[in-house]
Design a protein around this ligand. Structure first.
Ligand SMILES: [Zn+2]
Length: 357
């Protein structure tokens, strides 16, 4: 006789039951809220009968009853995971359950799964929920960066590309990653970097959606750009290279030299690290300049790698987190489609601009 394995935990058991080992059977009673009977000998069969009754299905043959039980248990685990993006899958399982009757000839499996897979997913999501709860006790403004790094490392298990292959685990891992970026990074580690938080947030797409391109024109960001030392240096360089002779120039060509722009300060550097800058400029009589500036970038979370050489000391561990750990997470989330690319445009004018020497 071949060895029997529990269809929930996959451990071998030598009990008389068809599906579950003894402790998993107990867990199923608890999960579904049924009281375990004392006097009935086959408690597995009894559980399946109770499940059928709860679904208003009577006199099912044993095979139908057991198949119904598997689907219902799967559905119960999925309900406990509480991710909206599972709704579509849950609906399909519900339909399959509704289709089981004493008259049905075949049992439909619109979604293929094993209970062992669902059980493991449930355990992953429990582990994830506990980490998210732990997060609430952290103060991101005060936390030392080494602690932050170790905390973030704990989430590595949700960035597993191999989980993309089955439809249910794809959705569960997608949902966990989405929540991770939204809560741990946007609402946590990037709290003091509002532009970076906003750009990452816009990149996060709900299941099955696409991100919109973004025009940035809030006053704070524009002022930060105007105050940035590397930005000022860039304008000076462009004026010296293209404007000295004629007193006017219009750079709007991606082939043009010198249009790549990096920023000096933390938030801008994290937010826009591969941007280009166009400028339409005209010199005034009093030696000042009027400029129309257009900065363009494609948001891509996976190009933090080169950030290290630019960041200031104060942010060095944060930069380390972004250029290694989070960069790798970002690559996985891009493959899942949780993080998507989109275009950013920032347009503003500088009037009577004085070039500093
Ligand atoms: Zn088991």
């Amino acid at each position: 006789m071949s060895e029997k394995r529990c269809i929930i935990c996959n451990k071998p058991y030598n009990y008389n039951y068809k599906m579950f080992g003894r402790s998993c059977l107990d867990n199923m009673y608890e999960l579904l809220g049924f009281r375990k009977p004392f006097r009935i000998l086959n408690k597995e069969n009894y559980l399946c009968t109770k499940i059928a009754w709860r679904n208003h299905k009577f006199f099912l043959n044993k095979n139908k009853k057991y198949e119904l039980a598997k689907k219902y248990i799967a559905l119960s685990y999925l309900n406990k995971m509480n991710y909206n993006s599972l709704d579509d899958i849950k609906d399909k399982i519900k339909n399959d359950i509704n289709g089981i009757s004493i008259f049905s000839k075949v049992i439909k499996n619109s979604i293929v799964f094993s209970l062992n897979e669902i059980y493991k997913l449930y355990n992953y999501s429990q582990k994830f929920d506990n980490l998210i709860k732990e997060l609430q006790s952290l103060d991101w403004e005060k936390i030392d960066k080494e602690t932050a790094k170790n905390f973030i490392k704990n989430f590595s298990f949700i960035f597993d590309v191999t989980k993309k292959t089955s439809p249910i685990s794809y959705v569960v891992f997608y949902s966990m990653q989405y929540i991770f970026w939204k809560i741990v990074i946007v609402g946590g580690i990037l709290t003091s970097k509002p532009l970076s938080a906003r750009l990452l947030s816009n990149s996060l797409t709900l299941f099955g959606k696409e991100p919109k391109n973004l025009d940035i024109n809030d006053e704070k960001t524009l002022n930060d750009i105007k105050d940035d030392a590397l930005f000022k240096k860039k304008i000076k360089e462009l004026i010296e290279e293209y404007g000295k002779e004629k007193g006017r120039f219009n750079i709007k060509d991606y082939e043009k030299d010198g249009i790549l722009i990096k920023f000096e300060k933390g938030d801008l550097l994290y937010a826009l690290h591969d941007a280009t800058m166009f400028a339409n400029a005209e010199k005034n009589d009093n030696n000042t300049w009027n400029l129309e500036i257009e900065i363009n970038d494609t948001y891509d979370f996976t190009d933090f790698k080169e950030l290290k050489e630019y960041a200031d000391k104060e942010d060095s561990i944060l930069t380390d987190i972004f250029s290694t750990l989070l960069n790798n997470f970002g690559v996985v989330s891009s493959e899942y489609g949780v993080i998507k690319k989109y275009d950013i445009k920032i347009k503003f004018d500088l009037n009577n601009y004085v070039v500093e020497y």
